[in-house]
Design a protein around this ligand. Structure first.
Ligand code: TAP
Length: 457
């Protein structure tokens, strides 16, 4: 075991010291999970539904507490953190409907009855990143539990506190011991053990494309299914027929929300050449009005970056870049030792690093395009394909472009990416599989087909 010190990114001060689990502890947790899962799956579907509703209620009663922990640990503005904590309750409630609706098929065959069953995998390992510690965790554990699995969950070392609290709340709500366990430790130890442990039968990974590729390769060796939610370089496409005022007012939130540490961040702003100058004129005051500061305050849009190291990485994207204008960030005594970074708008060309690589920080690259075909070509001109937005008042164009962009989650005249009722996930290097939506619980099951012979002979 080794000690892990957790920092508040707004102050760089320690807020908790935890012990990292080692492989033996992961193995012991998986053994407990195996036992708990058998009992859980044997419960009537209604009893599992009730247990998840009880968990949702307890989360709802603790929204303020969870939100305040997230503000301290992740630097999310309190308003966002409250939304995230409430979202966990909503996701649990939504998937509480799944145990009683995991419908199989009855298939017409000769000589008998053919029926499919959705069998849980057993133990599911969920590896969570630091950018949205609560919400991303719930997208895995809620449908996995609903489908009759046990869950072992590894939060990121930088942001383990809300996940630990959710594990406690599950027990308070009456979920059985061992069914949902949060294991703190490093990715290379705990996360890797989820990949290599024979009793962890499915892995859900959210994080970098680089590590996700390794996780998938490890899972392949054991023929273990894996869901991957990886990076993004999403385009915000603004056509000359768009409501430019609305599009410009919404653009900062689309990329600077959560300090840009969002896999769905619209970090490329593609603007039709005929309105390019006008759009930048509208964008500048919107960026200036974006409030960066103490995340405990209700009137703040953006807090600090997650760590000093990450801030260095983000800052490196401005080396040699053509910065058009920047927003503000705390300075002097107000800033303290926090990991602040003022949002930046960069004028870029398609091949530039800033136009290709995920920054995961509050920097947006602006690129002009000529026409619809050019917009689609540019939008698809990265290895990623997670999210994107299209701003136009032309319905036919909205349909054509949304069908042409190779991304998993698109919105028209909006920047919304996550609605738990709808599937979420990426194409190309942005991922594999989908989370959320009506089918997510089924993704945590294997289909079993049984033929019952009815012929007498
Ligand atoms: P990763 O290193 O990919 O970390 C994500 C999660 O995977 C963490 O819980 C991490 O654990 C764990 N992990 C690390 N190495 C592992 C391994 N070998 N096997 C299994 N699990 C492992 O991401 P990061 O370092 O936090 O961020 C790096 C970049 O990834 C970001 O700058 C951004 O571009 C991207 N990113 C994307 C997303 C989304 S939502 N797509 C989220 C976060 C980051 P520990 O960190 O606790 O050791």
């Amino acid at each position: 075991m080794s000690a892990l010190t957790v920092l508040n990114p707004a102050t760089a001060q320690p807020i908790a010291t935890l012990e990292r689990a080692d492989v033996a502890e992961v193995d012991a947790a998986v053994s407990r999970a195996v036992v708990a899962q058998r009992r859980w799956a044997a419960l009537p579907p209604g009893a599992r539904a009730d247990a998840l509703r009880a968990f949702a209620r307890v989360v709802e009663e603790h929204v303020e507490e969870l939100a305040r922990i997230e503000v301290q640990n992740s630097g999310h503005p309190i308003g966002s953190a409250r939304w995230e904590a409430a979202h966990v309750g909503q996701v649990l409630n939504y998937y509480a409907g799944a145990p009683e609706r995991l419908l199989g098929a009855q298939i017409p065959v000769p000589g008998g009855i053919d029926v499919t069953f959705h069998e849980p995998y057993g133990v599911v390992g969920i590896i969570v990143p630091w950018n949205f510690p609560m919400t991303i965790a719930s997208w895995g554990f809620a449908p996995a539990l609903a489908a009759g699995n046990a869950v072992v969950l590894k939060p990121a070392e930088l942001t383990p506190l809300t996940a630990i609290r959710l594990g406690e709340l599950a027990l308070e709500a009456g979920l059985p011991e061992g069914l949902f366990q949060v294991i703190v430790g490093s990715g290379s130890v705990v996360g890797q053990r989820f990949v290599s442990h024979p009793d962890v039968r499915k892995v859900v990974f959210t994080g970098s494309t680089e590590v996700g590729t390794e996780v998938a390769a490890g899972c392949a060796r054991l023929l273990k299914p894996v869901t991957l939610e990886l990076g993004g370089k999403s385009a915000n496409i603004v056509f000359d027929d768009a409501d430019l005022e609305r599009a410009a007012a919404a653009a900062p939130g689309a990329v600077f929300d959560n300090a840009g540490q969002d896999c769905c961040a619209r970090s490329r702003l593609l603007v039709q050449r005929s309105v390019y100058d006008r759009f930048l004129e509208l964008l500048e005051p919107a960026v200036a009005a974006w409030r960066v500061g103490d995340p405990t305050r209700d009137d703040v849009d953006m807090g600090p970056l997650i760590s000093a190291g990450h801030r260095d990485g983000v800052a490196s994207f401005l080396d040699g870049a053509n910065v058009a204008f920047r927003g503000s960030a705390p300075t002097g005594a107000e800033a303290g030792d926090g990991f602040w970074f003022a949002p930046a708008v960069v004028l870029a060309a398609p091949g530039d690093r800033i136009a290709q690589d995920e920054v995961f920080g509050p920097i947006v690259a602006v690129l002009p395009f000529d026409d619809e075909a050019d917009a689609i070509r540019l939008a698809n001109d990265t290895i990623y394909g997670l999210a994107g937005s299209i701003w136009t008042e032309n319905l036919g164009r909205a349909v054509r472009v949304s069908r042409g962009v190779r991304s998993g989650v698109l919105s028209v005249n909006s920047h919304s990416s996550v609605r738990y009722w709808a599937p979420f996930g990426g194409m190309k290097a942005s991922g594999l599989g989908r989370e959320l939506g009506p089918d997510a619980a089924e993704h945590f099951t294997e289909t079993k087909n049984v033929f019952y012979a009815t012929d007498a002979s």
